[in-house]
Design a protein around this ligand. Sequence first.
Ligand code: NAD
Length: 499
Amino acid sequence: MAIYAAPGQADSVVSFKPRYDHYIGGEYVAPAKGQYFENPTPQTGQTFTEVARGTADDVEKALDAAEGAATAWGKTSVGERAGILNAMADRIEANLEKIAVAESWENGKAVRETLVADIPLAIDHLRYFAGAIRAQEGHLSQIDEDTVAYHFHEPLGVVGQIIPWNFPILMAIWKLAPALAAGNAVVLKPAEQTPASIHVLMDVVGDLLPPGVLNIVNGFGVEAGKPLASSSRIRKIAFTGETTTGRLISQYASENLIPVTLELGGKSPNIFFDDVASQQDAFYDKALEGFAMFALNQGEVCTCPSRALVQGGIYDEFVAQGVKRAEQVRMGNPLDTETQMGAQASNDQLEKILSYIDIGRQEGARVLTGGERADLGGDLGGGYYVQPTVFEGNNSMRIFQEEIFGPVLSVARFEDYADAMAQANDTLYGLGAGVWSRDTNTAYRAGRDIQAGRVWVNNYHAYPAHAAFGGYKQSGIGRENHKMMLDHYQQTKNILQSY
Ligand code: NAD
């Protein structure tokens, strides 16, 4: 057990700068309009740094730098790029605690998650794409005796990337690793709630990349994100965030006819069949843990298993035990490695979650546990904490249909397989789903019948780099992770040559 010192204290492993500018062309650049915004920590509600408020002029400057660097970077050998990605991974690993504490402080999440899951996963993604780019091969087809078709992979050039606040470092690396491996130069806009984590990351790895290959413009969505996504100077825009914002990004991109990757919202079903409880063994215990996963990362996960569908034969007993499991989730000081659930990422997010808890009550859903803001007292008294909350209701309620993005679980009963699939698929979203069954046929069928890009069977919330991830329906367009992601960051050049 350890409690990390809060940034600002003498023995903290991380010290934030009082002010963060944009990172453009390998150096820090003040915002064109000279404006900054305050950045509070969700752990206490206190401002700890201020950040450049980007506008279209800053985006143009970043695009200048990226265009200046793109050609030379695109011509480097795959071995050289892979070497840099591996070096980035090594540096992050050597600075694990610093980055993990920085992210916990800025986002509110439990440091145990950033230490053992988020940052190690980011490291692994860099190493995976370093390997994938070296293993990538072109194609040659013989057309006839005298003619061959060569197919080459070429980088797109300058790409834009816009990310959310729920996994600041991991979301950045998910996008950067394939884009850089493929030889593109990047302008990235972090979320306005979590820009400083990205700059702590840049302090650690920035010098490994040639100036201009990776540029960071801070700021808000409409002021900085829109000029980036709608610029005719980018060759692709990759976005992760809300479905409503994704729709706008898609509109901006269509003006310039550039490709988009959209990783959007979700309302993932987590389905527990009767046979789960046929024995009270390790499998049963794992299923209960899966039920309580809605509180992981404070529920601020696009694939949060926010709808539990439980079969009638085990419903009463399984839900009662699942609720007990949720009550055992240790909420507390996010910098304490024993803490499992920390603070919500912002006051806005806290308010949104509390308003959905009110909506659930008004709709007639029954609160099985939680349902209130949590006051942790002391320095943490001003932080954005909410109790893990479980509602019982039905799938037509708003708390079953709308993304809350907090530790709020909505539970309903199903009768048979067809009913489970009908309820699971009765949603606008199609990002993630969980299926729990000891019967491999049931598990396999459900895995195929659920309309979602990722179905976890007898586990939940693993994100290996080599498993493709992305949404069906309104949860997105395209995939991230897996080497197929390289195709999203490359053009195919064909040369048809005769002798
Ligand atoms: P958001 O859409 O509000 O913001 C995401 C990013 O877009 C931020 O950087 C923001 O500044 C920017 N932005 C906002 N408006 C913009 C505009 N008009 N033009 C350009 N950029 C704009 O989302 P959020 O609240 O930061 O993140 C939470 C959402 O992200 C949830 O819906 C969650 O499900 C989703 N998410 C999806 C995945 C996935 O992989 N599918 C992963 C994480 C989060």
